[in-house]
Design a protein around this ligand. Sequence first.
Ligand code: AHR
Length: 506
Amino acid sequence: HSPAIHIDPARAIDEVDPRIYSGFTEHMGRCIYGGLYEPNNEHGLSDPATGFRFDVLEVLRELKVPLVRYPGGNFVSSYRWQDGIGPKESRPRRPELAWLSEESNQFGTDEFISWCRTLKTEPFICLNMGTGTLEDALAWVEYCNSSSNTYYANLRRKNGHPEPYGVKYWALGNEVWGPWQVGQMESQDYAKKAFQWAKALKLLDPDIKLISCGETGYADWDRVVLRKLAPVVDFHSVHIYTVSQGKHTFNVMGPAAAEKALEITRSLIDLAKIESSLSKELTVCFDEWNVWDPVRAPGEKGAEEHYDLSDALAVASWVNVFVRKADIVKIACIAQSVNVISPIVTSPTGLFRQTTYYPLHLFSNLMRGTSLDVHVTTPSPSAVYMGPTVPSFIQDLTLHTPDSAKLTKIVDVSAVLVDSANRREVRVAIVNRSDAESFQVPILFGPNVRAVAEVITVHEVWSSDLKDGNSFEEEKVKTVVRDEKFSGVYHLKKHSFQILVFTLNS
Ligand code: AHR
């Protein structure tokens, strides 16, 4: 039962879409206010002109975030975007119904676009399908994208922004299926309404990309929505969070359920396309994913998780899924980007990188290229790893399916081929999800690889205790980079994450 990794660069899945490394900023807790936006910071950490935190921008630049979703999340379902534009002193304060707070509207659409420009990332806006009307949605798209001599385009100009923003990605509502959502709907009702919205929005701006509101990707909601909306949308959204519940191994197995969910979503998309005779591209926008235990870190209290090494391994397992599913997942947004269930935590005097920052940083910087169909033989977890407190959807999706053994492997791997004029590398991301065992892992290259350089570079995230975390004072979990001799077998520490870089000599 000793694990082995088999890699053949000829077995390409698809190009890894850089948009799988995207972010999400919601008006929730300290994500915007006191997070990325803190005017008058007394310690000189914010730009006096814009109020944007320099240090937050710097860390998000390190993470090379290509796309950022905004302004929610649940927040958007009672958000009046018109309150957040124009002179700041005239913007109304409003009750905020998602997280039961107050919204000052000091940060709105213009500030978000300007922040995205500063970060050099692309904006992605979620529309309000709760209290918002189609008229509001059309007005928002016109305000952002129109170059015509019309009211909202002129309002943008009046507010000091002559050029259209060209916001390409627009989502048709957020978690409209959820009982917590303002304006919750039945699937058929949502599908009918969103279809009409999509038609009108594309008449106004045919260049936009629309995202239908999905559930877990395998729910009846997804089936109904895809059937109706496939002809008019470009992406279908999926949201899944995995919890740790203090049981580290459960935590790292959660993403296996997401992987199974994605296989079902792919089939639902295929089915919807067949039924409507569509040959268009329609893929998944996994626009909320992460480790989040809402009991440990409740949304109403700002959902500030304090992550440990086990959570970092779970995040690595999550991104492994997106790399392996490169042919169907084209966008994925970690929820969220600052303070709220986030890889970075700020205070008025600085910030620190949580454990989960490190795998994310490694993936975004190294795992771009062609995703490879890696074959891994590894022991499957026994019942010890999947006890009764595992959320039932994880059990359903991973245990009760014929490929459960494949999904819940202890050693979880993805790989990319980077093939350019000056380098030919295979980069292998490996999570050892065992909290007890280390392994000697043979890494075997297929017949198309003549030779591998004998020195590899190892980027490792590890600590001796799975419960180790970081803080403002101490950084126990971070990336360590080293070169190491490789003669066919890699020593894989227990509960570790690493990306190995192999140079192919051909
Ligand atoms: O990311 C936190 C919340 O989780 C989002 O607002 C919502 O869409 C989801 O339920």
